[in-house]
Design a protein around this ligand. Sequence first.
Ligand code: C5P
Length: 222
Amino acid sequence: MKNIITIDGPVASGKSSLARALANKLGYYHINSGYFYRSLAYILIKFCKKTLDDLRALDQEDIECIDLNKLEYVYDEGRPQVFYQGTDLTPHLKTRDIDDGASTISTYPFIREAVNKFQHQLAGDHDIVIDGRDIGTIVFPEAKIKIFLTASEEERTSRWQNDQRKKGNIFSFDQSLAEVQERDRRDTTRSIAPLTIPENGLVIDNSNRSNEDVVREVLELI
Ligand code: C5P
């Protein structure tokens, strides 16, 4: 069986940075599962002409306009990229609207099914570090190393606000806090695959720790 390391955690807890660093050190493939939810939200809006409001009341037939065979995840030189019909979606995936759209559509069972199928296909071919919300609990509960990464709400809000600022999007601390709280609320309270600590998961709080420090701890554990 291939090696699998799972990293789950709330918004802006640093999952992707940790996953990327571990994948580079270990020579594993990094799967960023949030990218799939983000890509499907982006495709629904840009290619299927749905509005953010439409995403709040989506039917299974609405996703028939997406050709999943044309969705491609490429992990190249330490950087994940997603293509749809040959177009690179990656630069468009981390906006506030796609944050919201991805978290909205992630509550639908038919969306989660499509994403999980895709993730299992990718994992069949590689040793992986995969980050998300339900990876250690639902998608790969058999993984030997399962991490639940978190940080204080204040710290995560500042990280989210700074990430947006770097893209030229200015949000006040209170606006940022509201965004983070709303996504966390959806992710932890949805009826299907809510965010929770996996059985035998190692909880790491990185509020006052560097990524290198946490990478060292996980490598020791491995
Ligand atoms: O991890 P990231 O913040 O990029 O994920 C975007 C959204 O996708 C999350 O807010 C969450 O609603 C959803 N997601 C999920 N399950 C995963 C990964 C992401 O529901 N495994």
